[in-house]
Design a protein around this ligand. Structure first.
Ligand SMILES: Cc1cc2nc3c(=O)[nH]c(=O)nc-3n(C[C@H](O)[C@H](O)[C@H](O)COP(=O)(O)OP(=O)(O)OC[C@H]3O[C@@H](n4cnc5c(N)ncnc54)[C@H](O)[C@@H]3O)c2cc1C
Length: 346
């Protein structure tokens, strides 16, 4: 078959979550990816679902909170369609902050409370807050999304970079490395490769495997974050670097992050690295996503999710599916309009 309701360019968590939502609404969907599906930012993330992080831009808050609320059902749907678990953890986050930097949703912890929650933690003169927030293993989440999509009849093709999209006879022709396809709608979900003004923002991080169950909660500090998995592995991250499409890992940067983590959890100092990597977040000039129609009729974009693409995947899928069906979104999405970057608007 060469004709589809919707073609999605990019098989990251944004593209595949959208494909699942559209399939659920009865559409025939094709997802094309430049490389191996799911192998870019979405598998490189930490997996914090940090809706109330004070660093989240205010305009993104309602969308972030709505998506965090959707997450338990989203995970349940993926796990059941894919027949696998994604290590969705609901224990909460401990944020170490200068007191004034805390968000309204943060609950201050006494020294006793903290001792009970995380006995190994050293606060380094900062104030500890509890945040009701979940986490997920993004690598497993991405694998589950791909498996769920395939099980539900969505076609996903790797090594099929989209080269061009042309309007023809009321439809769209998509020219890709794997051939030519036709669709009513096309959605650019190409992450850091979506084109200007989206740009790559590199993050390096790594896993350690400590001897003991050292940490139960996600830990966020002013300089690093630490995310435990149920297997006992602990993730330490991350840098935010503007170095183009470079995904190399720098040993001295990893050592710096490791040393910083050990100031909060001294036992981490001797924990062995098991894996390190870098991923490219899709950044935008105002740190807000770009979601909506482009100047070509029928072509949409859902990109620029920067540090929150895992968190924002379920709500983005719903918003874009509504737009494709010409339905108004329940959220005000005007701040994310692609038109804000068009030369005419400027
Ligand atoms: C170090 C790090 C830590 C992070 N931590 C978190 C976190 O804790 N919580 C959170 O919510 N988010 C986090 N993120 C952000 C999150 O990973 C991203 O926002 C999200 O993965 C973006 O998803 P995506 O599908 O848009 O992009 P991607 O996963 O990068 O997918 C885009 C896909 O498009 C494909 N593509 C590119 N060009 C083409 C083309 N021409 N044709 C076809 N396909 C193409 C690519 O091959 C790729 O597979 C983190 C990111 C990094 C790097």
């Amino acid at each position: 078959m060469n004709s589809w309701d919707t073609i999605i360019s990019g098989a990251g968590i944004i593209g595949v979550s959208l494909a699942l939502e559209l399939r659920n609404r009865g559409q025939q969907v094709l997802v094309l990816d430049r490389g191996e599906p799911g192998r870019e930012a979405s598998s490189a993330a930490a997996g914090m679902l940090a809706a109330a992080d004070p660093e989240t831009p205010p305009a993104l808050r309602p969308m972030a909170i709505a998506s965090a609320e959707m997450f338990p059902q989203y995970v349940q749907n993926l796990e059941s369609a894919a027949q696998m678990q994604v290590d969705f953890r609901r224990l909460g986050t401990i944020a170490l902050l200068e007191e004034a930097a805390a968000s309204r949703e943060y609950k201050r912890l006494s020294a006793n409370d903290l001792q009970l929650l995380e006995p190994a933690l050293r606060v380094q003169g900062l104030t500890a807050f509890f945040v009701e927030e979940d986490s997920v293993d993004p690598l497993l989440l991405m694998q589950a999304a791909l498996a769920a999509a395939r099980n539900l009849g969505i076609e996903i093709r790797g090594h099929a970079a989209v080269k061009d999209i042309r309007a023809r006879g009321g439809n769209l022709e998509v020219l890709s490395e794997a051939g030519q396809f036709t669709a009513r709608s096309v959605v650019n979900c190409q992450g850091a490769w979506s084109g200007a003004p989206v740009r790559p923002r590199k993050g390096q991080m790594f896993y350690v495997q400590p001897q003991t169950g050292l940490l139960q909660h996600v830990l966020r500090t002013p300089d690093i974050y630490i995310v435990p998995r149920s297997t006992g592995k602990i993730l330490i991250g991350a840098t935010v670097e503007d170095v183009g499409f470079d995904k190399s890992v720098d040993t001295s940067t990893i050592q710096y992050l490791h040393k910083a983590a050990a100031t909060y959890l001294p036992e981490l100092a001797t924990a062995a690295h098991t894996q390190s990597w870098a991923g490219l977040r899709p950044g935008t000039p105002d740190d807000l996503p770009i979601i909506g129609p482009t100047e070509t009729h029928g072509v949409f974009i859902a990109s620029g999710h920067f540090r929150n693409g895992i968190l924002l995947a379920p709500i983005t899928a719903q918003i874009v599916a509504d737009l494709l069906e010409d339905r108004r979104s329940q959220l005000n999405i005007s701040a994310f309009s692609p038109a804000r970057f068009s030369p005419r608007t400027a």
